[in-house]
Ligand binder design. Sequence first.
Ligand SMILES: [Zn+2]
Length: 208
Amino acid sequence: MFLIHGIRRIKLRGELLPGTCDHCGTEGSVQLLVVQPYVHLFWIPFFPLPKRARTECLACKHEVKHSRLGPMHIGLFDALKGEKRTPLWTWIGAGVIAFVLPWFITQLNRNSADQNALLLHPQVGDIWTIKLSDKRHTLHRVEEVRADSIFVRACDRVAVGGFMAQVKLSTDSTVRFDGDRTAHARADLADYDRGPLRSIERPSAKAR
Ligand SMILES: [Zn+2]
């Protein structure tokens, strides 16, 4: 993937310096800037870097970078840089990574745990989405639950297409479960989430 990233800078404050510009000779036109650099990813601020100094002439726009400034300018910068805090928004990207990502992973795990519980404790009426081949899915409904095995019956439809086709099939109230009946040993159920079983719905739990 093509990644756009880099460093951007904002001016936190400026202070006019006495004297003339070395470049154009204008009197009182040079200001010392406190600059806040931050790392961006696709122009979204990610995290800030240490503040830097720079001088800029308001008349001729001549700039001098931090590394080329003398001790007098750096001394003034050190006195000024504490006056303005690093803006919180420069942390947006890091904040998203720190807070949103763990939440997202928790949701995924929770969903996976729910599905496992539905699989290991089947109830009559549970609807299983079964993958037949790459783009073809069908539904099976749990018809009978016994101590050692469960029985499911296939429906009369096959959804062809991607995820939306599956959703459409699973929400179609005209689907009839009058296909083949299949038996599954309870002992095998734990392995089903690695097989053709895509998801389980429990309609009664939904209605509550
Ligand atoms: Zn100048």
